[in-house]
Design a protein around this ligand. Sequence first.
Ligand code: KIV
Length: 262
Amino acid sequence: MAVTIRKLAEYKRNGKPIVVLTASDYAFAQLLDQTDVDMILVGDSLAMVTLGYDTTVPITLDEILHHAKAVRRGVKNALVAVDLPFLSYQVSIEQAIVSAGRALKEAGAEAVKLEGGHPAMVATVERLVQVGIPVMAHIGLTPQSVHQFGGFRQQGRSRPESERLLKEAIALESAGAFSIVLEHIPSDLARTISQKLTIPTIGIGAGEHCDGQVLVTADVLGLSEWQPPFARSYANLREIVTHAVQQYSDDVREHRFPEAKS
Ligand code: KIV
């Protein structure tokens, strides 16, 4: 049965961990959907792992939607959420509604994700939820602010920072977010936030106490050139792919493929 937002809330109540992975194309979306992954996120990390940008900052809404449509065509069971890219929702609440609306109407997403927990973003989340758009929030290391952070650094280490993140999480829940990504923050802080909130927290580099975990699929499969220290690879697709392609190349050059037919 297809995964819904209500089901994710039920998982939290029952202590069942929520599994989230990213996808950026039809083929991998289909493969992920054949497992019991709960949510597939068309994350703006695809800017880096699929499109080769240095950060997630340059990707546009049109680019994300192009990938989101392909993912949507491959997914029947998991919940599909789409990341709103940098400057597609921060300019005004109206802009956020139009961008998030496009993710639902044009790409068939069931939810959007956006970064930040300052009061302006809380107001944006509240308005999106009012018009019927499910929102997943994202705080901690929010990669669209990488230049402000001065790198992909862990957040929430000092007392004032951790208190701010806790307040932001509570405000985002009150605004109606159905879930919240906690990225690269200390595990104790993630535990406190997860215990305080009734909505599920989804951690990435935030330790074992979150209600679910998300990773970038390219990292899980060993496809990335670089991966963060908190990621784990379950395969080495770079090696498998280069080996297969080299074998094909050798076969063509040595006239072993295609086979001669009489
Ligand atoms: O863009 C992304 O893939 C993300 C997740 C890793 C949380 O934001």
